[in-house]
Design a protein. Structure first.
Ligand code: NDP
Length: 499
């Protein structure tokens, strides 16, 4: 289907989901339901179950049994790969259904949603290879009477807590790697964007994943997410979301010392040197802050630009911002859709008011974008931003760009690193030496040179500093979900210790 010629409409009624445990849909019964309204259209689009702590206990028990009896971890990597490849095909076969639900629940443009679903299938295909490539090590240098082996084993039951900004894509950056490692999963998507996670459970089941290996419970983070993080029978939590909640997940996980992988917030610099191709850099900077309406952990929210070209570059950015197409996410021409919730919208507008109050110079935007049915924000740029201003240091998670300037390379690096975060950074220059020096000195888990927000399953992702711990994706992403075991095998007769 050509997404640009399709006509997408909001369905006449909200779609209702149960939750998914032990290979089957579970009915809501007398549990309350949570209704999700499209943030762009203001009408109910999905209804999901508010699971209970008892449901978490049950799902974790099911995942534990599925792990202990080795129905998944005991299979050869090739068989696990085959299921992941079938799942990728299953995702591709349902791309329109998944993309529409993703766009309706999150407010993101339909074309972007479709790209993210297809991108998710691509990650499953990569991870299928990783299931076969995962291996340990042998030490044949311990002498004739000893052999040393290092083997990797699946870590066990993984609790997976995912956010609303890229519900299916972030899920796909985790699930196939966790499965490739041989683990079982209890997944808790954000309550506002649960639909595509629930459908993934069905797709995996149809692909031949044994029952109980991938389970989905729905409900609020403060109840269900917290219960999962606290659970004594969960071996690892993979959490993606805010730094504040990441901290509470870490504390909640302390009871049984479970391993915790955290992908948290960012305040990512876009460093533009005077020798860059300014038109391309401006395009990248606008994309970097407007993509997903700025609700992107790796979005470039701080422009750090060389003073000699700052005025020219600011004008270029503002001119391109004015041409970003904002509107109905179901219009295939839309580039920037709605803000996910009224609360997030209020947070963004609050930061914009703080920027005005604190004395930053408003270059463009600065208001809500008018709509009768949903919540949208104009792409906004503030210049003359100083480090004391809240907009300079706090993660806004909206389409708000701040500009600060530098005169020397060292100053550029100091400003880029002047943050509690270390998730991502972009460098724009035509000088290879400068680019190399900069990417070495920037303290962030992902660095882009003359581009931004590129991804792909081959390269790992994760943060330095308060942007998180651990890595997802790539071969690093599979290894993250394994324990390393060292085994000494004695050969020949034992020298007696007791004479
Ligand atoms: P949260 O950190 O609150 O939510 C992320 C996930 O954690 C969701 O599934 C949420 O569930 C769940 N959750 C919430 N509270 C708890 C808890 N106490 N224990 C366990 N899980 C919990 O992010 P928000 O959705 O509130 O977004 C706010 C900020 O988070 C943004 O402004 C941004 O800074 C950051 N963020 C970063 C993301 C990233 O990719 N790094 C992604 C999304 C947000 P539920 O939604 O159902 O409450």
């Amino acid at each position: 289907m050509d997404v640009n010629s399709a006509v997408w409409t909001v369905p006449a009624s909200a779609r209702e989901f149960g939750f998914f445990v032990d290979g089957q849909w579970a009915e809501a019964g007398d549990r309350p339901m949570s209704e999700r309204k499209s943030p762009a259209h203001g009408v109910a689009v999905t209804r999901t179950v508010r699971c209970t702590r008892a449901d978490i206990d049950h799902a974790v028990g099911v995942a534990r049994t599925a792990f202990e009896d080795r129905r998944w971890s005991g299979l050869p990597g090739g068989e696990r790969a085959s299921v992941l490849l079938k799942a990728a095909a299953g995702i591709r076969a349902r791309v329109e259904e998944l993309a529409l639900l993703e766009s309706l629940e999150s407010g993101k443009p339909i074309g972007q949603a479709r790209g993210e679903i297809e991108g998710g299938a691509n990650i499953f295909e990569y991870a299928a290879g990783a299931a076969r490539a995962l291996h340990g090590d042998a030490f044949n240098n311990l002498g004739d009477k000893m052999l040393g082996l290092v083997t990797r084993e699946p870590i066990g039951v993984v609790g997976l807590i995912t956010p609303w900004n890229f519900p299916f894509f972030i899920l796909s950056e985790r699930v196939p790697f966790i499965l490739a490692a041989g683990c079982t999963i209890v997944s808790k998507p954000s309550e506002v964007t649960s639909a595509t996670t629930l459908l993934l459970a069905e797709i995996l089941s149809d692909a031949g994943l044994p029952d109980g290996v991938f389970n989905v419970v729905t409900g609020s983070g403060s109840e269900i997410g917290q219960a999962l993080a606290e659970h004594a029978d969960v071996d690892m939590i993979s959490f993606t979301g805010s730094t504040a909640v990441g901290r509470s997940v870490l504390l909640a996980s302390a009871g049984n010392f479970k391993k915790v992988g955290l992908e948290l917030g960012g305040k990512n610099p876009q460093v533009v040197f005077a020798d860059a191709n300014l038109d391309e850099a401006a395009d990248g900077v606008v994309f970097g802050i407007c993509f997903n309406a700025g609700q992107c952990c790796v979005g470039g929210s701080r422009l750090v630009v060389e003073k000699s070209i700052a005025a020219e570059f600011e004008a270029l950015v503002a001119a391109k911002m004015a041409r970003v197409r904002i509107g109905d996410p179901l219009d295939p021409n839309t580039q920037m859709g709605a803000i996910v919730t009224a609360a997030q919208n209020a947070t963004i507008l609050g930061y914009i008011e703080a920027g005005k109050r604190e004395g930053a110079r408003l270059v463009c935007g600065g208001e809500a974008y008018p709509s009768d049915t949903g919540q949208f924000v104009q792409p906004t740029v503030f210049a003359d931003v100083t480090r004391e201003m809240s907009i300079a240091s706090e993660e806004i998670f909206g389409p708000v760009l701040t500009i600060s300037t530098f005169e020397t390379f060292d100053e550029a690096m100091a400003i880029a690193n002047d943050t509690i975060y270390g998730l991502a950074a972009s460098i724009w220059t035509s000088n290879l030496d400068k680019a190399t020096d900069a990417f070495r000195r920037i303290r962030a888990g992902r660095v882009w040179v003359n581009t931004t927000i590129n991804n792909g399953p081959e390269l790992p992702l994760g943060g330095f500093k308060q942007s998180g711990t651990g890595r997802e994706a790539g071969i690093y992403g599979v290894e993250e979900y394994t324990e390393v075991k060292a085994t000494h095998i004695a050969l020949g007769r034992r020298e007696p210790w007791v004479s």
